[in-house]
Each structure stands twice: as structure tokens, then as C-alpha cells.
Design a protein around this ligand. Structure first.
Ligand code: GUN
Length: 290
């Protein structure tokens, strides 16, 4: 049976380190890390995420500034708010919660965020820095960065010589994780819906990352015995009793029987995302403090 990778425990560890470092930064420089979270409209899932980001920020000793705007907010108004936050020295991280209402172009809003405050790592400048391996000054997207930390902790070794397969090619998860694995010297393949013989490709992976958003698509016999399996999927499905339950992109029970290490859903990658958002905000505050 696989070792279960406890993302909740690793995230708590990371957050405790951030809190201590944040207190030190404030004591030494007077700078209090500040994160502005902007939400437009009333998407219930987004409201839950935003509330939890604010709570964790405060626990880390940060200033958390929430801007909740009505659904009718225009793109021009949102751009004006982002520009105001760009210019505010007390704000080190800006996060505009996605998805935005249809009448607002998310792409242009993301590109309006100052790259040095783009703690989501979605701005072209940060995407480019990750692509060229300039990790010292980039902001890396939080879910991929958190997944990578779990991989490094699970393996406890350099990834040189290991084969990684990433299933899913999104800009938010698949592509950045592939870049991080490549930077860490793994040999990386990105698979997607047009990939031929996906089960065989997955079986070649020492590190298998599932980020497709399809409940339990990756079957147990697609997992190479002893592989490290990172399940980024969070899918809500109806359980046997008719109640909703959360499952990942990997058929967990089957995969656990073959993997060397595996992340559960929930409690794997999920908690890491917020922890890495706080890490990025602290990094930004430190850079601003000089
Ligand atoms: N919506 C769901 N996940 C994310 C995320 O990581 N960042 C932002 N800005 N919005 C999201």
C-alpha cells in the first residue's frame, strides 16, 4: 500500500513557517505583508475560497483586504481598482478570484495586475519567467508550486532520471507543473485528451500528476508500481447515498494499492494552494522591504 501524502499537515507546517517569518519581517522592518483579494459577484464556491484565503492571511499575521464587488461591475471599474491596488504600497499581493462574470475579460484583468504583485503567477511576465527557469524572481502559480513541494517531500531526492507524466494541459495547473518538474530535472511528458494510449503512457511514469478535472478517470492499473501519484482534481459527484462527495481525477482505492505514495482528495493538494499563496505574498513583501 502507498504512503498517503498528508497535504493538510504539510500545509500547516508551511503556514507555521510563514507566520514566524512574517512576524520577523514586521519586527525588523515594520512591513506587514498585505494581500488584496478581489471578488466580483456571488459565486458560492468563490465566496468560500475567498473567505478561507482571508482567514489564513490573518492567521499568518498579514493584512487582508477584501474587495467584494457587485456582479454588474464593469471591466473599466475593475481595471481602475486593480490599478489603485498596484499603486498602494501596503498591498504586496493582488488576487482577483476567478471565474469573473462573462462580461469581463479575465485575460485583460490578469495582465493589468503588476507582475511584482501577481501572487497567482498568472501574468505573462511570471509565466515567461517560469518558462525560462527564472524562479528566483518569478511568482509560480500556487497549486503547481504546492504540488511540487509535496512531490519533493514524498521523494526526498533529486528528480534527475525520473519520468514524469502530467495529465492535463491547463495554463493554471498542467503547463506550470510540467515546467517545474522540468526545472527539477525530471523527464516530462504532458498528456491530454488527444494523447494516444494514455494508460500505457501513465504506466511509464515515476511521477504521475493528474490535473484533468474528470472524476476518477485515472485507473489503478494505469499506475506504475511504486510511483508517486499527485491528484490535483477536486470533483463533486453524487455518492451512493445521494449525497455529494469529493473525488479526485484518480480512482483512489485502486491507485493506492499500486502507488508508492499518493495524495488523497480532499486533504492532499487542496490545502497546499492557500499555503503557497501566503508564501508568495510573504516573498513579495520581503522584496518590497528590500
Ligand atoms: N479560482 C479557482 N482557483 C483560483 C486561483 O488559484 N486563483 C484565482 N485567482 N482564482 C481561482
Amino acid at each position: 500500500m502507498a504512503t498517503v501524502i498528508d497535504g493538510k499537515a504539510v500545509a500547516a507546517d508551511v503556514l507555521a513557517t510563514i507566520k514566524a517569518a512574517s512576524q520577523r519581517l514586521t519586527a525588523e522592518t515594520g512591513v506587514v505583508p498585505g494581500i488584496a483579494v478581489v471578488i466580483v459577484g456571488h459565486d458560492p464556491a468563490s465566496q468560500v475560497y475567498v473567505a478561507s484565503k482571508g482567514k489564513k492571511a490573518k492567521e499568518c499575521g498579514f493584512n487582508s483586504i477584501e474587495h467584494a464587488l457587485p456582479s454588474e461591475t464593469t471591466e473599466k471599474e475593475l481595471v481602475a481598482l486593480v490599478e489603485k491596488l498596484n499603486a498602494d504600497p501596503a498591498v504586496h499581493g493582488i488576487l482577483v478570484q476567478l471565474p469573473l462574470p462573462d462580461h469581463i475579460d479575465s485575460g485583460s484583468i490578469i495582465q493589468t495586475i503588476a507582475p511584482e504583485k501577481d501572487v497567482d503567477g498568472f501574468h505573462f511576465i511570471n509565466v515567461g519567467k517560469l518558462g525560462t527557469g527564472e524562479l528566483d524572481t518569478a511568482f509560480v502559480p500556487c497549486t503547481p508550486a504546492g504540488s511540487m513541494l509535496l512531490i519533493e517531500r514524498a521523494l526526498g531526492r533529486d528528480l534527475s532520471g525520473l519520468t514524469a507524466v502530467v495529465v492535463g494541459r491547463s495554463n493554471i495547473v498542467g503547463k506550470p507543473i510540467a515546467n517545474l518538474l522540468l526545472n527539477a530535472n525530471a523527464t516530462v511528458t504532458i498528456a491530454h485528451s488527444r494523447t494516444k494510449d494514455l494508460p500505457a503512457l501513465c504506466r511509464s511514469a515515476d511521477i504521475l500528476v493528474a490535473a484533468v478535472g474528470r472524476p476518477e478517470m485515472i485507473k489503478g492499473d494505469w499506475v506504475k508500481p511504486g510511483a508517486t501519484v499527485i491528484d490535483v482534481g477536486i470533483n463533486r459527484i453524487a455518492g451512493g447515498d445521494g449525497r455529494a462527495r469529493l473525488v479526485g481525477d484518480v480512482a483512489y482505492a485502486e491507485a493506492e494499492a499500486r502507488a508508492g505514495a499518493i495524495t488523497p482528495v480532499p486533504g492532499g493538494v487542496g490545502p497546499m494552494t492557500i499555503a503557497l499563496l501566503m508564501a508568495n505574498t510573504l516573498t513579495s513583501a520581503r522584496r518590497a522591504a528590500g
